[in-house]
Design a binder for this molecule. Structure first.
Ligand code: SF4
Length: 167
């Protein structure tokens, strides 16, 4: 029905299977229910609530890393927690993405002077999108997912360009 509207009735649309998979993945991002500090309550839980309604974007939380596509690191990561964050990331299946939410996850935030605080979660896991703020608004979390969706959809083009460069 939607394709008909784009291309006209009785028409054929060609799409690469990998492009289709990337499109499907970008609209079905399940994130791990995982919050370390105040950011998880202030921004993340509000984004999932009825007012902001994350579900309409295909973004749901899952209770297990084995069923999650996205890890949102929402809060201050200290050295004791760093090993657990990495372990949870390793338990997620590929392809997977990480969103660093708030000043603490990005750089250590207001606690960066303390010796047990990790100065950015990108020292432990690869981060795809950073959300600034202390705490970020729920709208910022949703905007981060819109950017992540774009990044996932662009992967097909990047893969094709890499293949062209190799030949
Ligand atoms: S960035 Fe601010 S709101 Fe978020 S965890 Fe750190 S102190 Fe809390």
């Amino acid at each position: 029905m939607a394709i008909d509207r784009l291309t006209g009735e009785h028409s054929i649309a060609f799409i690469r299977s990998e492009q289709l998979f990337d499109l499907a993945r970008s609209h079905s991002l399940w994130y791990m229910a995982f919050g370390i500090a105040c950011c998880a309550i202030e921004g993340l839980m509000s984004a999932s609530g009825p007012r902001f309604d994350f579900d309409r974007m295909g973004v749901f939380f899952r209770a297990s890393p084995r069923q999650a596509d996205v890890m949102i690191v929402a809060g201050t990561v200290n050295l004791k927690m760093a090993e657990t964050v990495r372990m949870l990331y390793d338990q997620m299946p590929e392809p997977k993405w990480v969103v660093a939410m708030g000043a603490c996850a990005n750089t250590g935030g207001p606690f960066r002077e303390y010796p047990n605080v990790v100065l950015g979660v990108d020292k432990i896991v690869p981060v795809d999108v950073y959300i600034p703020g202390c705490p970020p608004r729920p709208e910022s979390v949703q905007y981060a997912f819109i950017e992540l969706q774009k990044k996932i959809r662009n992967r097909t083009g990047e893969r094709l360009a890499a293949r062209r460069d190799r030949t």
